[in-house]
Write a protein that binds this ligand. Structure first.
Ligand SMILES: Cc1cc2nc3c(=O)[nH]c(=O)nc-3n(C[C@H](O)[C@H](O)[C@H](O)COP(=O)(O)OP(=O)(O)OC[C@H]3O[C@@H](n4cnc5c(N)ncnc54)[C@H](O)[C@@H]3O)c2cc1C
Length: 478
């Protein structure tokens, strides 16, 4: 008999404590298929009081806890180790929208709300919740905040950190911190919520959040450009920003190799424009004219975008923009977005990959690509570089697939050396080895290598202060 499992069953009900291998299985492997753990059990509390009681029971029993949301992490952050000692706490039953305050432009949600459901609840209240990423149909707000998720609209609205006004957190001893404040100004000492955002479940369990809402854009215009180089992408980004300011909501770079994988593996995917080394997907959104029907507002913004592209073509010449397609309907825009958002899935189908989620100052993106491409190709002839991402934020998913004829095992064995090349260049350019996916277990050693001793020591002090027994998601981040 396992006393802890009995206690947890009493707290959340026997149906919400999973112990059978088949029941636990979906929680124990990650999205990429890189990590598989073993758990003592999976507990699924249904409210904050239950989370608190679960955490207290685990603390009493000295059992480590692994919080899990939608389990879409790219770094194995929500997967237990292989000892079988850890209790996996899934927040998925805590999925209520607690309140929407349209006058305050806030929404209060429980941690287990799927991101897409939060977006839809905001839309039903004629507001926008702008956090948006390809995993939005399954990732959860708790996971988004615990990883400080970014996505495709950071350029305009900021990442999860900037979208959060308040948090409710169950601390490692089981105490509940009610920080659910919907304030845009609050200078009453340390901003504690920011400690939990991006902490990957290592400091406490987020149970609810107050998030910012925005006016819903009335007009959208989307374009797909064939361009010659990443340098041209940065120049165009600056020209777009000068012309449209904050109406530029997304600016995504896609390499020809990335698009090639999507065309190969995703049914119905077709190149929208002439073939070129790089593509840029841009989206403008704006308030539009409230007296107009939405269609007219879209037409007006599309006309501005087309005018801009004509001027840009004249100014830059067909050398840098070889072709451009402006979506003529919402459906066409969606098809362009599907190409971008299917890259991770396509690369997963293609096979094993080495992933880097890096950021450098936007101005140094071109230099990063030149240096890293050359170094990797010299060291690993035939390596396929799958580069894409949020170029407007200086953030690239700079992934490698093995040479077509290469062996999986040899390729994966090369991962530490490949990381050294890529992360070394990132570091030299003043960048980050994890722009938005976090550290999890994948990049723990890399973090030790690239953070300064002073920064690591401050991080350990925070961990020690909040979780002195090291029971929250051990082996992740630090
Ligand atoms: C196809 C695809 C595309 C993606 N695109 C992006 C992207 O554009 N931008 C981006 O930032 N990420 C992206 N990701 C990565 C991933 O979706 C994000 O990291 C997401 O925020 C994780 O949410 P989740 O609910 O799945 O968290 P999980 O994977 O379940 O957990 C992630 C971490 O958060 C912790 N955690 C989860 N819930 C809680 C909680 N309630 N309290 C405390 N800690 C918690 C876990 O312990 C773990 O450390 C993508 C992933 C996929 C599969």
């Amino acid at each position: 008999m396992d006393d802890l499992i009995d206690t947890l069953s009493t707290i959340v009900g026997p149906a919400n404590v999973l112990t059978a291998d088949a029941d636990m299985s979906p929680y124990l492997g990650d999205w990429r298929g890189r990590y598989r753990g073993v758990a003592r059990c999976v507990a699924r509390p249904g409210n904050t009081a239950e989370v608190s009681a679960v955490v207290r029971a685990c603390a009493r029993a000295g059992a480590p806890i692994v919080p899990q949301g939608g389990n879409t992490s790219h770094c194995g952050a929500g997967i237990p180790d292989t000892t079988g000692r850890e209790v996996l706490v899934s927040l998925s039953r805590m999925n209520a929208i607690r309140a929407i305050d349209t006058a305050n432009n806030t929404i209060t949600v429980e941690a287990g709300c799927i991101l897409q459901n939060v977006q839809e609840a905001a839309e039903a209240a004629d507001r926008l919740f702008p956090l948006s990423l390809a995993a939005e149909g399954s990732c959860q707000i708790g996971g988004n905040l615990a990883t400080n998720a970014g996505g495709v609209q950071v350029l305009r609205y900021g990442n999860a950190r900037e979208l959060t006004l308040g948090l409710e957190v169950v601390l490692p001893g089981g105490e509940i911190w009610d920080g659910l404040r919907g304030l845009r100004k609050d200078n009453t000492g340390y901003d504690l919520k920011q400690l939990f955002i991006g902490s990957e479940g290592t400091l406490g369990l987020i149970t609810a959040a107050v998030l910012k809402l925005f006016p819903r854009p009335r007009a959208k215009a989307t374009a797909w450009l064939s361009i010659d180089s990443a340098q041209s992408a940065i120049r165009l980004l600056n020209e777009f920003q000068a012309a449209f300011g904050t109406m530029l909501t997304a600016c995504e770079l896609v390499s020809e190799v990335s698009l090639g994988l999507v065309k190969k593996h995703i049914r119905g995917a077709q190149a929208p424009s002439a073939s070129s080394p790089w593509y840029l997907l841009v989206e403008l959104s704006g308030p539009g004219d409230y007296d107009d029907a939405d269609d007219n507002a879209d037409d007006a913004l599309r006309a501005s975008l087309e005018g801009f592209l004509e001027d840009a073509l004249e100014k830059n010449g067909s050398r840098s923009i070889a072709d451009a397609v402006v979506a003529q309907s919402g459906e066409q825009a969606e098809r362009l977005w599907t190409l971008r958002e299917s890259i991770s899935e396509a690369q997963k189908i293609e096979g094993i990959s080495i992933k880097h989620d890096i950021s450098v100052p936007v101005s140094r993106i071109g230099e990063f690509l030149d240096r890293a491409d050359a170094a990797l190709r010299a060291a690993y002839p035939g390596i396929r570089i799958v580069a894409f991402g949020h170029v407007g934020d200086g953030n690239l998913h700079y992934n490698q697939s093995k040479p077509e004829a290469g062996e999986n095992a040899a390729f994966i064995a090369a991962q530490p050396q490949v990381n050294r090349i890529v992360h070394g260049i990132v570091h030299a350019l003043g960048g980050s080895i994890s722009a938005e996916h976090g550290i999890g277990q994948l990049k723990r050693e890399e973090l030790q290598r690239y953070k300064s001793p002073v920064e690591l020591s401050m991080m350990r002090s925070v961990k020690q202060a909040l979780d002195p027994r090291g029971l929250m998601n051990p082996g992740k981040v630090l």
